[in-house]
Design a protein around this ligand. Sequence first.
Ligand code: HPA
Length: 276
Amino acid sequence: MNSPHPDPFSLADEAAAALAERTGQATHDAVVVLGSGWAATADGLGEVLADVPLDDLPGFPAPTVAGHRNSALSVAVGDTTTLVLGGRSHLYEGHPVPTVVHGVRTAIAAGCGVAILTNAAGGLNPAWPVGQPVVLRDQLNLTGASPMAGPPPPPDRPARFVDLTEAYSMRLRGLAHQVDSSLPEGIYAGLLGGAYETPAEVRMLGGLGADLVGMSTVLETIAARHLGAEVLGISLVTNAAAGMGNENLDHAEVLEAARAAGPRMLALLRGVLERL
Ligand code: HPA
């Protein structure tokens, strides 16, 4: 996707304008990014006001990963107009960092002050069964990349040295616990991905303090915090991380675990959005 735009922030502004035009919603309040296997939770969140193919919007490639869906939905949930992005772009697909964080930047340009980022993850905590949702308490960005690297943000945006002390909002984590008081919290390690980890890598991640491992989210969280949005991260444990369980890993298993946990994830997302 070649862009004539001088910077990714202008492209996000343009995508937000296209989103407003295509959805008929001048602004959105919150964005939900649906990770692998979370796509079905878009159905049932609330009244769908508009459904736009993601790749009709400037800067959005069509999702290529099974379990994602090529749509941007405007959904009325409680008092909020929520933007639900049915798919995301990953580094491992070969996308550059600005493309990976474009959905979040577009949503914030569209007015969203809250970003709920969901994903499928391998679990390092043996107490967590497959299908366990986990609220992110913090993250380890192990991708080797950052949305704050490269040319400085334009003068009308915050400078690049983003404070990540509270990457994941205490307020939003509290709302998630109000909805489902049994939810555990964990630290998510985000890797480049493209392959699952080796058991040695998983042991290393455990030593670094990770409870969850996945291939997304961490760059979007940094981009969202840079622009001042509050972030809630929710992982769905779709498998024991490599070497932690006794099974081999495959993407179909990940999707099946997500499907089975659908009703619980839907209730959680809806409950948080209704309380914003
Ligand atoms: N590792 C990395 N990403 C994942 C995993 C995993 O075990 N499960 C789902 N996404």
